[in-house]
Write a new protein. Structure first.
Length: 528
């Protein structure tokens, strides 16, 4: 069958069709155009106009507007747009409709309405006339520019959060206003505030999106929903609790499209990484990861599982909640409503012939006992605990009621971790800290140190992105003896340090010396 007849019968894919059109029309076909978007002003045209017309303006060159188009016959709209921009001519590039839509989303991402405009619209809005519609389908939030102001506000908060690397959104009612705060790189930032009269409408909107009871305002409620922003589908976990001035909302953003980090990208030193990789390759035993909430424990366990995952291994996890989907791994969601707890799920997992088991968190003695027994009967078990350092995990298990000899015989290692913010590369500058502070922490006074001065890219914080600091305690014979004798966590920690363990603080200092983070940041996350 010739290509021409294949086009008529639609028996080819889009790329083949565009390649054929390119040869016929002489218009070049390019698979990737998103990195060519330089236009920042869509001249007031709505996003849906460009999507309906199937074109996106990319950049100008000598008074010529370069436009990506999906259908070479639909050139008139692009020519009209070029004239409105003041360009003398138009040059076309053919591209797939998905690539054009992604470029359009980026164009509007760069030119999206700002906070002040949204708030101004709300100030003049009569909330009594508000009617809130449910979400029957999953539209792209960047397309919904003609919705009612409260709906637009909620959409604006969500889209702004996704553009700003936000992990949590806090919507907090007070006496006269509602504060909107974003947690970025572990730190809360107040973004803006709106009038208190909008509070019941914002809460109702989010409850409808989450499938929660709008009429119930006296008890905490938990829910979830999905949103689509710029072709990214994101899960949002919702928690609503009644406070003195109304219901407070926290939205946790779980972007499953973000690729998970590998172990080598976590920030471990080469020595710690090599030791940890050798431990996770063992056939049985237990490895714990400790740290406070939000310290990246689950990310580390996912990276470890991804490292050892293979078709020859049966890996099953039980989590609360499942934050990311791991290919080739069986994942169970804890469900209190059906009485599916960590302990019950773990018992069921053991009847499925697993090689590797991950327990999201050890919360009680029953879960701890089953996990330890599993590690002693030929299974590799990963789990997490909430303790300040690695040595504290041993005494925490003892405090739970686990016999020290069982811990000593099953536990291979404990990895404690924290997340520190990295210095923003855009505003990174050398500086000289106070000499007394350097001497106090054993840092050389003649070394060059760095910090961020603050810029729009990092919201004037001086930091952008995060990396881990780690403390790996390997359980050897000396540690086992101390544990069975009833030694406290400090004694165990000092013994591990004598044998070469790098503490969280020391690992942080090494990153300060390398110019990755600052001493203030290391002190913030590691001080006891």
């Amino acid at each position: 069958m010739e290509l021409n007849s294949k086009v008529k019968t639609k028996d080819i894919n889009e790329e083949e069709k565009l390649t054929f059109y390119s040869k016929k029309s002489g218009i070049p076909f390019e698979k990737q155009i998103i990195d060519k978007v330089e236009i920042k002003d869509p001249l007031g045209f709505p996003i849906q106009y460009f999507k309906n017309m199937g074109f996106v303006p990319l950049y100008t060159q000598n008074s010529t507007l370069i436009v990506a188009i999906n259908n070479p016959l639909n050139f008139q709209a692009a020519d009209d747009f070029a004239r409105k921009m003041g360009c003398r001519s138009t040059r076309f590039i053919l591209s797939t409709i998905d690539e054009i839509h992604s470029a359009i989303n980026l164009l509007f991402d760069q030119s999206n309405e700002d906070t002040e405009k949204v708030v101004q619209d709300l100030e003049s809005y009569e909330t009594e006339a508000e009617t809130i519609a449910g979400l029957e389908e999953l539209p792209d939030l960047m397309d919904t520019t003609d919705e009612a102001p409260v709906i637009r506000l909620v959409n604006f908060i969500l889209t702004k959060a996704l553009k700003s690397r936000v992990s949590d959104i806090h919507i907090e009612p007070y006496a006269k206003d509602i504060k909107i705060r974003f947690r970025i790189d572990g730190i809360l930032h107040e973004i803006f505030s709106v009038h208190k009269r909008l509070h019941p409408h914002i809460v109702s909107r989010i409850k409808i999106m989450s499938g929660l009871d709008i009429a119930e305002k006296r008890v905490p409620q938990d829910g979830k929903f999905k949103i689509k922003v710029a072709n990214r589908t994101v899960d949002i976990r919702v928690s609503i609790i009644p406070m003195s001035y109304g219901e407070r909302i926290v939205l946790r953003i779980l972007d499953k499209s973000v690729s998970l980090l590998g172990l080598g990208e976590m920030g471990m030193s080469q020595e710690t990484l090599q030791t940890f990789e050798s431990l996770i390759s063992k056939s049985h035993g237990m490895i714990l990861v400790t740290g406070p909430t939000g310290s990246g424990k689950t990310t580390t366990l996912y990276a470890a599982i991804s490292k050892i995952n293979s078709p020859e291994k049966n890996i099953i996890t039980i989590e609360d909640p499942i934050e990311y989907e791991l290919k080739g791994v069986g994942q169970i969601q804890v469900n209190p409503k059906t009485n599916l707890t960590f302990a019950k799920g773990l018992r069921a997992i053991l009847r499925h012939d697993p090689d590797v088991i991950m327990v999201g968190e050890i919360r009680d003695i029953e879960t701890a006992e089953i996990a330890i027994q599993a590690s002693m009967t030929g299974h590799l078990v990963f789990s997490t605990l909430h303790t300040n350092d690695a040595a504290g995990a041993l005494t925490r298990l003892v405090d739970m009621g686990i016999e020290p000899f069982l811990i000593a015989s099953s536990l291979m290692a404990v990895l404690a971790q924290r997340l520190v913010r990295k210095i923003c590369p855009e505003c990174k500058r050398p500086f000289k800290p106070d000499k007394a502070i350097l001497e106090k922490h054993g840092l050389p006074s003649d070394q060059l140190f760095w910090h961020g001065t603050g810029c729009p890219s990092c919201m004037d914080s001086g930091y952008k992105g995060r990396t881990g600091v780690f403390e790996l305690l390997v359980i050897d014979n000396e540690i086992r003896k101390l544990l069975t004798r009833g030694a406290d966590s400090e004694t165990i920690k000092q013994a591990a340090i004598r044998k070469g363990m790098t503490t969280l603080f020391e690992d942080g200092l090494s990153k300060v010396k390398k110019g990755i983070t600052t001493l203030d940041e290391v002190l913030r996350v590691t001080q006891e």
